[in-house]
Write a protein that binds this ligand. Structure first.
Ligand SMILES: [Zn+2]
Length: 501
């Protein structure tokens, strides 16, 4: 493995450093209620402070009760990441004073987190074959409650706090310092996001704050012990993670090349200026005064129950990809679908609906049509796959094209209406869109076009490739309904070319 090097930009001297990156990823768990009370967990977009109760507000005498579904989802993701599950896993209080923490402590886990010692092979990600064998250790996965959110109205001499999010369930995973470049950090995050969505553990949407990453980065000369690490917080997209890391690597390389020390500190990311800035000096674990939470019993995770959870978990993206490759899909298309949970749901529904049709395209043909035409048509309408697709009409449309009843261009033209739920067979019948395969009718059309374009005909006689120009004109004259293979054969025959068949 070659060490990734960072050089001091803009200087004549180039010092090679190895980049060492570790990540802390927070995933909002997809539960109905918060981690220790009955309040709604997913409050994205809700009126501030409308989803709170004595427990998540930390009022005196209120007692937390752990959410079993959150524990289940945490174990599901931890086992998928190859973590060992702790049979006894306690909750701990992590103390800090900040307006977003109503109890002045956060319920988290310290000793014996739910999962430990997992791993992710970066090569298992979509389009990541070049990273195969780059195994990133997962040091721990633990449950904790989220904090509230502070808002700072512009020019106001005060700040506001919204405690809707306080107490929402998070799974935090902490990697070993095994990542060697900003691009690897991004590949890791993308893989975890796909996995969390496929397992229905988290929506993992950074734009809604449901997947957040803090990163730490240090540089060293290859073979040296780890350098001083700097943490960067408040990164709300994978793009920001990659850009902030790249900027910080450059900053550290410049300082080290100039013989300056790296301070251990926490920095923020200025999206506008594309640079990091100092937030505060770094706290150590001792500053948090962890202590076992006396209000919550230790979680007992029976190994048989853990095994059952592992067995009943939905398939991972890598498993779905293997199934698609088995069915004959091309690698790029299998990657494109398998790592997007919404695409998997839509494509599997389409595959199932296609089984009802005698002349359905092959799974590979269906995948090409799905990834190119269907997603293209959705994109043009500003729609995503999240809302699901009308699988039965779509499968019927694909089958009409596969058996030759309609041409490819006609199928494409009908897509928007079929995506809106229209029955393609009814549209074809009502508008007379069936493909023209009658040789006499096509022959008349071909003769008309040839008579109208003697110059193109002359060119096509001299140069067989120019036949395509005539093809296009005949297809246009038929408004896309002529069967292309039949037109090509008729043209070749009239031009005296050898038949393509
Ligand atoms: Zn509550």
């Amino acid at each position: 493995m070659s060490a990734t090097t960072a050089s001091s930009a803009g200087s004549f001297e180039t010092v090679p450093f190895e980049t060492v990156i570790g990540l802390e990823v927070h995933l909002a768990l997809r539960t109905r209620s918060k981690l220790f009370c009955g309040c709604v967990a997913d409050t994205f977009g809700a009126e501030p402070n409308h989803h709170v109760c004595p427990v998540c507000l930390g009022l005196p005498g209120a007692l937390p009760v752990a959410n079993a579904q959150a524990v289940k989802l945490a174990v599901r993701l931890a086992t998928a990441l190859g973590c060992a599950i702790a049979p006894l896993s306690p909750f701990a209080r992590k103390h800090y004073v900040y307006p977003d923490a109503p109890k002045n402590y956060q319920i988290s886990q310290h000793a014996d987190p739910i999962g430990e010692r997992g791993a992710v092979d970066l090569g298992d990600g979509a389009g990541c074959d070049a990273l195969a064998g780059r195994v990133i250790g997962i040091e721990r996965c633990h449950l904790e409650e989220d904090a509230g959110r502070l808002m700072h109205p512009p020019y106001a001499p005060y700040s506001l706090v919204d405690l809707n999010r306080a107490g929402a369930p998070l799974l935090e995973l902490v990697t070993a310092p095994d990542l060697r470049s900003p691009a690897e950090a991004r590949a890791f995050l993308e893989q975890v996001r796909s996995l969390a969505r496929a397992l229905h553990v988290s929506d993992a949407t950074p734009e809604q704050g449901k997947m957040r990453a803090d990163v730490n980065v240090s540089l060293r000369r290859p073979g040296d012990p780890l350098g001083t690490k700097v943490e960067i917080k408040n990164l709300n997209s994978f793009k920001s993670v990659e850009a902030a890391l790249a900027s910080e690597v450059k900053r550290q390389a410049r300082r080290l090349a100039d013989g300056l020390p790296i301070e251990q500190e926490t920095r923020g990311w200025n999206e506008g200026g594309q640079r990091t800035y100092v937030l505060r000096g770094k706290e150590g674990a001792e500053d948090y005064r962890y202590l076992p939470d006396p209000d919550l019993p230790v979680l007992r995770l029976d190994p048989a129950w853990v095994d059952e959870l592992r067995r009943s978990a939905p398939p991972t993206p890598a498993q779905v990809r293997a199934r698609y490759l088995e069915a004959g899909l091309r690698r790029a298309e299998a990657d494109m679908i398998a790592f997007d949970a919404d695409a998997v749901a839509a494509f599997d529904a389409l595959l199932a609906a296609s089984a009802d049709h005698e002349h359905a395209p092959t799974p590979a043909g269906l995948a090409t049509w799905f990834t190119v035409e269907v997603t293209g048509a959705l994109h043009a309408e500003g729609r995503g796959l999240g809302a699901g697709l009308p699988a039965a009409p779509l499968a019927a449309l694909a089958a009409l094209a596969a058996r030759g009843t309609i041409s490819g261009p006609t199928a494409k033209a009908l897509l928007p209406e079929v995506l809106a739920g229209a029955d393609p067979a009814a549209l074809v019948a009502a508008r007379g869109l069936a493909q023209i395969t009658d040789t006499d009718a096509l022959g008349d059309l071909v003769d008309e076009v040839m008579a109208a374009h003697p110059d193109v005909v002359a060119a096509a006689r001299a140069q067989p490739k120019a036949l395509n120009a005539l093809m296009g004109r005949v297809m246009a004259a038929s408004r896309g309904q002529a069967k292309p293979e039949a037109v090509r054969a008729l043209l070749a025959e009239r031009l005296g070319h050898a038949s393509p068949d």
